[in-house]
Ligand binder design. Structure first.
Ligand code: GRF
Length: 190
């Protein structure tokens, strides 16, 4: 049985975490929900993890090694609201098995500093007619790994960054579980 771990960030709300855990419980993702790893600041978000074990790992010295230790036993790792560059130790410990979701149609509106509201502001400023989300493999660069699956939604003339973020988030909650399931079934390129 595959074992899925979720790495929550300091600024996340945990809504993608909840969507992934629910999909494991319902069998849409063929994996057991194994563990949530969060910094202390992210534990409010992680509080919705239900019965799943939550391990707190604070950034600092040997962060990468401590993350690897906390993730030991997992077979796939999903980032959810994790805005730092992932330490390479984690990438080496889980080659081709670390996924992230980004709230835009990559390669548009990705890269360092592009997270949260800024992404949706950039979409509105660019006049794009549609937006969406991208699930991609994680590399040692921001938002650069191969895209596994995208979901799309329209950008409306009256949109604010908040209204667009809410529409994209709904798409995220459908697309992230589907992308993870594809990777685990071997239907996604690695
Ligand atoms: C989502 O918009 C996701 O695309 C990005 O961070 C946000 C996390 O939201 N990586 P949540 O914590 O899952 O609600």
């Amino acid at each position: 049985m595959e074992r899925l771990a979720i790495l929550v960030g300091a600024k996340g709300r945990g809504s993608n975490m909840v969507a992934l855990l629910k999909a494991c419980a319902e069998g849409t993702i063929p994996a057991e929900a194994y563990r949530v790893v969060a910094p202390r600041e992210g534990t409010d978000a992680a509080a919705n993890a239900g019965d799943v074990d939550v391990t707190v790992v604070e950034p600092g010295e040997h962060y990468g090694l401590r993350l690897v230790q906390a993730l030991q036993g997992a077979t796939i790792v999903c980032l959810a609201g994790f805005t730092r560059l992932l330490p390479v130790e984690v990438l080496h410990a889980f080659p081709g098995r670390v996924l992230n979701i980004h709230p835009s149609l990559l390669p548009r509106h990705g890269g360092a500093g592009m997270y949260g509201r800024r992404v949706h502001e950039a979409v509105l400023a660019s006049g794009d007619a549609e937006s969406g989300c991208s699930v991609h493999y994680v590399t040692d660069q921001y938002d650069e790994g191969d895209v596994i699956l995208q979901g799309r939604c329209p950008v409306l003339p009256e949109d604010t960054p908040e209204s667009l973020a809410a529409r994209v988030l709904e798409v995220e909650h459908r697309v992230y579980p589907e992308a993870v399931a594809r990777v685990l079934r071997g239907d996604a390129h690695e």
